[in-house]
Design a protein around this ligand. Structure first.
Ligand code: HAM
Length: 429
């Protein structure tokens, strides 16, 4: 077979021009999480399919329609992770890390969902995932929200709003579920096929139907908040008070139910009006029952995940963009002998000045072509290594972004002179 191999729909390449923004976002996230005492965990991208079925729920869109599931050569039924939480919960259990212990964790990596691709909705996308395992809250619930409120400030992102809700305990939700089934059954003729199917399995999922006719029906449906148990009510009130105390703005959205089944009590979502239909940039909630459901010791936990592509898009809309780092020194080579000597000289300069960025002229070229490349590298300084100069034990330095001439420098003084020239250039910029 010949012809071009096509990329997979909904799976993107992150090219260098964009990866600068990704790196800026990732390093800001890392620094922030370290500052709050969160530790990184990495879990496999593939898990047993049963993990996701049990964690996320059989009647969710993710499990019903969106998983990349396959049988491997050994006959195991495996799935590319559609989210990171289940894997982290599994890892806590597999490694015996629970037993009353507490962990503040974060992770980053690709997740896979076979959704209909469109702007902001992909089949492979990246999440930053944050989980606090072993905490009953609501103080930690508020902390998780506060960290991300700080992230938006650090990144200069203003067009995000916080929505919160409480789903109560499984018991209180059961009561509510019955009320919902009663309500929707009475209006069965106005439900679409999807919603009718959910009526038997998970009627709460009808609440976030995108179908306008169903939405109209949802508008008058009973509210979960009216059926919360007293403890969940107190938990939710304390969360709101903590957010108020920190000056974090939010709206209570009683229709916020989330697309995964493991949640209880606090759920929240950061949404934006700057990305069109895919407006959730970061979502999560408390999942006090999940770890027991997966066979671990009863352990309360809460977390959330941010979709990196969506936040990158928000960053790209800002007036000032992070730029890729320019080289400090571009090395121009003049003559056959200079090529061999150049490699040796630059390697020893890298030893002497490990924090400086040297870019070697590769692939030859005349003087003019080499200086054109030097210019493109945005280097502050050109180091010119030529046969004649080498014979005299010197090289030449030429500032590239200042009106200053070329000067010669004895080889032995080179590291000091380069550093001084770069500092001088830095100061004059
Ligand atoms: P989720 O709401 O399914 O939650 O996804 C979290 C975030 O991933 C969303 O807010 C959105 O930014 C992004 N996202 C979701 N689907 C796509 C897609 N197809 N393309 C691009 N971005 C997308 C979870 O995954 C939970 N595990 C969050 C969590 C952690 N809950 C507790 N701990």
């Amino acid at each position: 077979m010949t012809g071009q191999i096509q990329p997979i729909r909904g799976m993107n390449d992150v090219l260098p021009a964009e990866s600068v923004v990704w790196q800026h976002l990732e390093s800001t996230v890392r620094e922030l999480l370290v500052g709050y005492g969160y530790e990184e965990i990495r879990v496999p991208v593939v898990e047993h399919t049963d993990l996701f079925k049990r964690a996320i729920g059989e009647y969710t869109d993710v499990v019903e329609k969106e998983m990349y599931t396959f049988t491997d050569q050994g006959g195991d039924n495996l799935t590319l992770r559609p989210e990171i939480t289940a894997g982290i919960a599994r890892a806590m259990i597999s490694n015996g890390l629970l037993r009353g212990a507490r962990h503040k964790l974060w992770s980053i990596g690709p997740v896979f969902r076979h959704e209909k691709p469109q702007k902001g909705r992909y089949r492979q996308f990246y999440q930053v995932d944050v989980e606090a395992v072993g905490f009953t809250g609501p103080d930690v619930d508020a902390e998780l929200i506060a960290i991300w409120a700080r992230l938006w400030r650090r990144l200069g992102i203003t067009r995000v709003k916080l929505q919160i809700n409480s789903l109560g305990t499984p018991d209180s939700r059961r009561v509510y579920r019955e009320k919902l089934v009663e309500y929707f059954s009475a209006h069965r003729d106005r439900l679409d096929d999807d919603s009718r199917r959910r009526l038997g399995g998970n009627p709460l999922r009808i609440l976030d139907s995108k179908n306008p006719d169903v939405q109209a029906l949802v508008a008058d449906a009973p509210l979960l908040t009216d059926y919360l148990d007293p403890e969940s009510q107190a938990h939710f009130a304390a969360l709101r008070a903590a957010l108020d105390a920190m000056g974090i703005q939010y709206t209570v959205n009683p229709r916020l139910v989330r697309g995964l089944d493991y949640y209880s009590r606090t759920v929240f979502e950061w949404i934006t009006d700057a990305l069109g239909a895919q407006d959730a940039v970061c979502s999560g909630g408390r999942y006090d029952g999940l770890i027991t459901q997966l066979g671990g010791d009863a352990t309360p936990a809460i977390g959330f995940a941010m979709g990196i592509e969506r936040v990158v898009e928000l960053l790209q809309q800002l007036p000032s963009q992070p730029q890729s780092l320019a080289a400090d020194v571009y090395v121009v080579l003049n003559g056959e002998q200079a090529v061999g000597a150049g490699g040796r000289i630059v390697e020893s300069l890298r030893d002497a000045l490990p924090h400086r960025r040297f870019e070697m002229n590769l692939g030859g070229g005349n003087f003019k072509a080499q200086f054109r490349r030097a210019d493109r590298s945005r280097a502050a300084l050109a180091l010119i290594i030529g046969e004649n100069e080498l014979a005299r034990g010197v090289v030449a330095l030429k500032p590239l972004r200042l009106e200053a001439g070329q000067s010669e420098c004895p080889m032995t003084e080179l590291p000091g002179r380069i550093e001084a020239a770069l500092r001088g250039t830095d100061l004059q910029e």
